[in-house]
Each structure stands twice: as C-alpha cells, then as structure tokens.
Ligand binder design. Structure first.
Ligand SMILES: [Zn+2]
Length: 297
C-alpha cells in the first residue's frame, strides 16, 4: 500500500496540465495578513471522489479529522453532474435553477444575482482575507474578490503553496482545489475497484495531513479555531460523470465539516447548498438572502 502511494505521488508530480491554462482570470498574489484572530475557514475540494471509494480508501488523515466532524456520505450535489455547476452550487450556496450553470462553461451565469462566498463575506467583513489555490483554471472563476488567487501544475504544488501562505500571512479563508482523483477517474475509472483511483484518493489524504499539521499547530499556538470543510463536486461511473443526475454513485457525494471541538456525527441526508451558510455562520454572518441551504451547525 505504501509503495503504491509513493508511486502515485511521484506520478502526480508529473501530470502535464499546461494546455489547460485558460487565462480567463487575472492571477492575484497579495498575501494579505488575516485580520480575524480566531475563527477561520479552510475549504478543501477533492474533485471527482466517489463516496464508496472514499470509504474504502486508506485515509488516516481524514479519519483523524472525522473525530471532530459532522460527515455525510449521502449529500445531494444536485443536477448537472460536472464540475462548474457542482462547485458553483457549493460556493454560491444555490442550486443550478438560480446560478444557471448546467455544463462546464460560465455562459449565462447569474453570479451577479447570487454571489460567491468570498464576495458575500467581504460585504459583511471587508477586511477578511481570502485565498484560492487550484490546479484547475476554471476553479478560479467560481469565486471573485480574493486577495490571492493562483493556479499550479499539480496538487503537490497547491499543497506546498497553501502551507507557505498559512505560515506567511494566514488568510482568514483558504480554498484549495485538488484535481488528481478526477484526472485518474477519467483515465482509469471512477470506482472502488480501480486501485489507481483509490490510490489517488490516498494521495489527496496525504496532502490533507500535511495541511492539517500546520492548522493544528496554529490552533495550539495562536488560539485560532479553524472550520475545515471537505467535499467533492461529483462521483462518477465508468470513466465519466456528466449527464448522470439519476446515478447515486455520481450525484450523492460526501461532505465533512470539522470544528476544533466538534463531535463526530454522521448525517444521512443533506445538501451541498448547506455548506455555504454553514461557513458563513462560522464567521458570524447570518441572514444572507436568497441562499438555498441552512447552516449544519
Ligand atoms: Zn471530471
């Protein structure tokens, strides 16, 4: 198992993604010091991780997180089972009927009417700093008003940059997007039976452990309290996931909400739109109009 993990990490360094760069958004690199002394948010998106595969994978770092988490393996991510609608639902807090995105395109979006979590947070707390790090360019276009928005060549670089930024300026909100599980799913299959797909999830868990080491150190040294939210945008079937609104393995996803003093709790059914009001409430922002979900804690 360890051997295959090391192998997959080495492979994940080498994923060529240069042709995927779509400079539709200006890269911003201001490492602005966080202003909120206590309550902070780390959001981690693992693209394309199926619930049953996640539960089968060997994920010691996630297991450790679950001790203080609310978790669901049966969370409805809504219709239109590709990434742009999925991440838009999570980070704008509304279903596709409102944000209007049904494919991997931003055409005809209604982001102005239904703003993203960073934009809304800054309407209430303009001094909060926000960082978005990804190796999938379109993820940068889901949100706006970041202080730092950067793309990288692979998940290892995203993780290293996150650790550096946490140590250098400790933003109040950090959003990370890891793409390697989706990449392997498309090539070899989104299935618990595909050892490489399971391995890709275990690599993501390895990176989670690296980031959580910094978070836990900060919590004990600086009295910070981090809400850590992990989720995915879709599962999959075969080597795809689009047009699978009716398939449980694609549409029903997992979601984790960890707080430092949280109690382990499994919730059967919830919705991806609940995550944004949950994160906003952690920052004492409540009563935002037009959101489709409700806070989970
Ligand atoms: Zn995909």
């Amino acid at each position: 198992m360890l051997k295959s993990l090391v192998f997959l990490i080495v492979i994940s360094f080498g994923v060529i993604s240069c042709d995927r760069f779509n400079p539709g958004k200006e890269i911003i690199t201001n490492c602005v010091q966080g202003s909120e002394p206590t309550k902070k948010i780390l959001f981690i998106g693992w693209d394309g991780v199926r619930s049953d595969a996640l539960q089968q994978a060997n994920t010691p770092n996630l297991d450790s997180l679950l001790q203080n988490s609310l978790v669901s393996y049966n969370c409805d991510r809504g219709e239109h089972t590709v990434s742009v609608p999925g991440w838009s639902t999570v980070l704008h807090g509304v279903w596709p009927a409102k944000h209007n995105l049904k494919e991997n395109s931003f055409r005809n979006n209604r982001y102005d009417d239904y703003p993203d979590i960073i934009t809304i947070t800054k309407q209430f707390k303009p001094n909060l700093s926000a960082t978005v790090l990804t190796n999938w360019d379109d993820f940068l276009r889901i949100t706006s008003n970041e202080n730092y928005a950067q793309r990288y060549e692979n998940d290892q670089q995203v993780t290293s940059a996150a650790i550096q930024l946490l140590n250098d300026c400790t933003p109040d909100m950090m959003f990370l997007h890891l793409d390697y599980p989706d990449y392997i799913g498309h090539r070899l299959g989104f299935s618990p039976d595909i050892i490489e797909y399971i391995g890709a999830i275990e690599v993501a868990d390895f990176y989670l452990g690296q980031v959580m080491e910094v978070i836990r150190e900060r919590e004990s040294s600086f009295s910070e309290e981090w809400m850590v939210v992990l989720t995915t945008d879709h599962g999959g079937n075969g080597t795809g996931h689009g047009g699978q609104d009716h398939l449980t393995q694609t549409r029903k996803v997992w979601t984790v909400v960890r707080t430092p003093n949280g109690i382990q709790q499994v919730i059967n059914e919830l919705n991806s739109v609940d995550l944004m009001p949950t994160m906003l409430k952690w920052l004492d922002i409540i009563g935002v109009p037009n959101l489709d979900g409700t806070p989970l804690i």
